[in-house]
Design a protein around this ligand. Structure first.
Ligand code: NAD
Length: 323
């Protein structure tokens, strides 16, 4: 069997999860990895028998690949995707698509022009409990959506700077906004408020976004980073006489709770959605299945919503997400 030759750019936390999944796949060979922190690249390369590069563009220039996984922080997007497109190389990219909307829109134009297969790391969509929630919630019957990302400040040095991560809403709460779109449809208008951090350039310590859905449903999504623990990450959707609640305690600990007047049903899931999204994209690239669940164009709509919520909070205005 011929193996898919894969490169991985960025070898930090989430790349470790992807590398574990990819190296466990008998139909994949991870041939090269890259990270500007050279020791990190070399350690990852040693673990999976790959070549190490100090620069993702050099990896793309010199390696013969069938696909690349881009696992870099928000500030590093743009040039890597442009290089992948120029080489006709399908790519998986972690969310968020970029720090801003313009960078992602420019990539999306090129992806659409070339028709390259792409997949984006909105991993919740690969969970059985999320599929079940989508089947349980009748389209158009959603009245209210309430979401939250109440957590600690991540340790990565780039995260706390707006110029590094784009802020909590763009970097983290985007997962919750993606679920909101999946279960309640597109958002027409966003207004928002944020509590600025004390230090200049640091991302806000708390934010709330008010969502007006095209269906007429309304919603709110709250974010904070000031806790010492992960308190609540998830989404509740209310239809007539029913609440559907999804939550995430860690990357491999999710639950679905459906509550009606007759009682409640709780399903826990220990699925690994990162391995599932990697398997799904590998199968597409090897011609074993046709559809990607979250291609670049689909992720762009979620990114546009997150960027609209971020802008609405910064400017104190209402913003229509780009469609
Ligand atoms: N889907 C998820 O649930 C999930 C979970 C965690 C992180 N992520 C996303 O993955 C991305 C990375 O997050 P992380 O937690 O792995 O961060 P991290 O800081 O642990 O790792 C990022 C790595 O990228 C490297 N890097 C920076 N610029 C680079 C460049 N130009 N070329 C190559 N490498 C570069 C850094 O040196 C670092 O090693 C973020 O966008 C984050 O939102 C997604």
């Amino acid at each position: 069997m011929s193996r898919l030759r894969v490169g991985v750019v960025g070898t930090g936390f989430i790349a470790g999860r992807h590398l574990a999944a990819l190296t466990a796949s008998p139909d994949v060979a991870v041939v090269a990895v890259a990270d500007p922190v050279r020791e990190r690249a070399e350690a990852a390369a040693a673990r999976c028998g790959a070549r190490a590069h100090g620069d993702g563009l050099a990896l793309l220039d010199t390696e013969e690949l069938d696909a690349v996984w881009l696992c870099v922080p928000p500030f590093a997007h743009g040039p890597l995707e442009a290089a992948a497109v120029a080489r006709g190389l399908p790519f998986f990219v972690e969310k968020p698509l970029a720090l801003d909307l313009a960078t992602a829109e420019a990539v999306a134009v090129e992806v659409a022009r070339t028709g390259l297969p792409t997949a984006v790391g909105y991993h919740w969509r690969h969970l059985g409990v999320v599929q079940r929630a989508a089947e349980t919630v009748p389209a158009g019957e959603v009245q209210l959506v309430t979401g939250s990302w109440l957590d600690r400040t991540p340790a990565a040095p780039w995260w706390v700077q707006r110029g590094g991560s784009g802020g909590q809403v763009v970097e983290q709460t985007t997962h919750v906004l993606d679920l909101a779109r999946l279960l309640a449809g597109e958002v027409d208008l966003v207004s928002a408020a944020e509590r600025p951090a004390g230090a200049d350039g640091e991302v806000p310590t708390a934010a709330v976004a008010l969502l007006h859905f095209a269906s007429g449903a309304v919603g709110s999504v709250s974010s904070t980073r000031v806790l010492g623990w992960r308190h609540a990450v998830g989404l509740q959707v209310v239809t007539e006489g029913r609440v559907v609640e999804l939550s995430e305690r860690s990357l491999t600990d999710h639950s679905l709770r459906v509550v009606t007047a007759d009682g409640e049903e709780v399903s826990r899931s220990d699925e690994d959605p990162v391995a599932a999204e990697d398997r799904a994209f590998v199968d597409v690239l090897l011609g074993r299945s046709a559809g990607v669940r979250v291609p670049y164009a689909e992720a762009l709509r979620t990114h546009a919503l997150a960027c609209a919520a971020d802008r609405a909070a910064r400017e104190g205005t209402s913003v229509r997400p780009a469609s």
